[in-house]
Write a protein that binds this ligand. Structure first.
Ligand code: ZN
Length: 212
């Protein structure tokens, strides 16, 4: 399984040159509408003398993720628009707790959320954008009070960043599709990866995929 884990990472770098495709799923098309709103803003900036080349790059932020349908079936790699919203739009969409985690890098209090492994099969999506993040089959009882997983549902769907806050060096995990903060990953997890993805439950939405 560790080998497969690395392979997904390699695959991620190899296919990143994929052209902007029309294969974006419906969820992506909605983001495109949002993108056109950003383009209007860009036009306003252009009239203020911003170089057009910079604006073009700013309006075409695409990210590669692996799309899963609501049955948990892997539908394949897709290039989708990065979900970008104003602070006001995020506040309107998210609960105050989810906003604090996703948009302000917060951490929920241990044992405060829904951290237990569900008693039925399913997977978790990001509450910010719907991106598939973790299969419940990879969830384990860590005793930490946060939902914990030994691998993401697809390596391509999360991003890692160094986090040097609180006098520690940790690795932050965020959602690839909306850049929302989700939690951290540590090297003290169980087999087969030895990793522990320690997530904030309010950032996740469980999608059941059938009876156990
Ligand atoms: Zn997201």
């Amino acid at each position: 399984m560790v080998g497969r884990y690395m392979k997904h990472r390699d695959m991620n770098t190899q296919v990143s040159e994929q052209p902007l495709s029309n294969h974006a799923p419906d969820i992506g098309r909605r983001r495109l509408l949002l993108g056109s709103g950003l383009a209007l803003g860009a036009g306003a900036l252009a009239s203020m003398g911003w170089p057009a080349r910079t604006l073009a790059a700013g309006t075409s932020s695409m990210v590669q993720v692996v799309v899963f349908d609501d049955n948990g079936q892997r539908m394949g790699d897709r290039l989708v628009p990065l979900v970008q919203k104003s602070e006001a739009q995020w506040r309107k969409q998210l609960s105050p707790a989810a906003y604090r985690i996703l948009r302000e890098d917060g951490t929920e209090r241990a044992f405060s959320g829904d951290y237990n492994k569900p008693d039925r099969p399913g997977f978790y999506r990001c509450v910010g954008c719907g991106n598939a993040l973790y299969d419940a089959a990879t969830q384990f009882h860590s005793g930490t009070g946060w939902p914990s997983f030994w691998q993401p549902i697809a390596e391509e769907n999360v991003s890692r960043h160094s986090d040097r806050t609180f006098f520690m060096t940790r690795t932050k995990i965020s959602c690839k599709q909306c850049e929302g903060h989700l939690g951290h990953v540590f090297n003290d997890g169980p087999k087969p990866t030895g990793l522990r993805y320690c997530m904030d439950s309010v950032a996740l939405r469980f999608v059941p995929t059938g009876s156990a």
